[in-house]
Design a binder for this molecule. Sequence first.
Ligand code: MG
Length: 262
Amino acid sequence: MGRFHPHDGHAPHHHHPHGPDAHDHLHEVGDHSGYETGSLRVDVLQDILGENERTADANRADFATAGVRVVNVMSSPGAGKTTLLRKMLLRLGGTVRAGVVEGDIETAIDAELLAETGVPVALVNTSNGFGGECHLDATMVRSALPRLPLEDLDLVVIENVGNLVCPAEFDVGEHARLMVYAPTEGEDKPLKYPVMFRAADAVAINKIDLLPHLDVDLALFEENLRRVNPDVAVFHVSAKTSDGVDALAEWLTGSDQIAPST
Ligand code: MG
């Protein structure tokens, strides 16, 4: 890993338009008193997170100028982000002008799948100048923006790198965060990865078509989810059968939260 990870609890400060304290809990990332950390390390950390926050603010300002809503989509690898986004982008086509920032460590596989829907896609390979990182930060997203016609868009979807830890720690200037969860991941994940589940404004439980074949207790998962994030919106969806996709697509556009551009 080429860049620094803020895993000592100095999570970036967030400025979200939908609640001043929504992400203050990101500062509670555990007891790291076992580390012997010098003041130099703390200074470096604060510099890096300060830089991310400044760049996130610049992104936010550009999004506001263009009148575009931005949603950061996160999940573990294989939860179905790309397939779900494909379905939603196809549904929204014609009514919402969407674009994508695609985060991937190495390949263009997902970027090509999403470009097939007809929307502009700006790919960020984190192995290309960003140390192969397991997340997108504000600088990486900023590097993609000149490749999108922001002024002509209503919605930008950021597909983050598949990872249940790092992406939640970096504000990229987004308006909302969607986390995609697959029931095959088990009921305990909100308790084991609370930073990610707390950071989400909405959780899409994907692959519900698989439920008859699984032993997972979805009620227990949602109970665990509410323990770490009581106010989160929950959607039950299947990218395969399209169940619930319309409702999630409507949330994605923020029609009930942020006035769309005209
Ligand atoms: Mg993907």
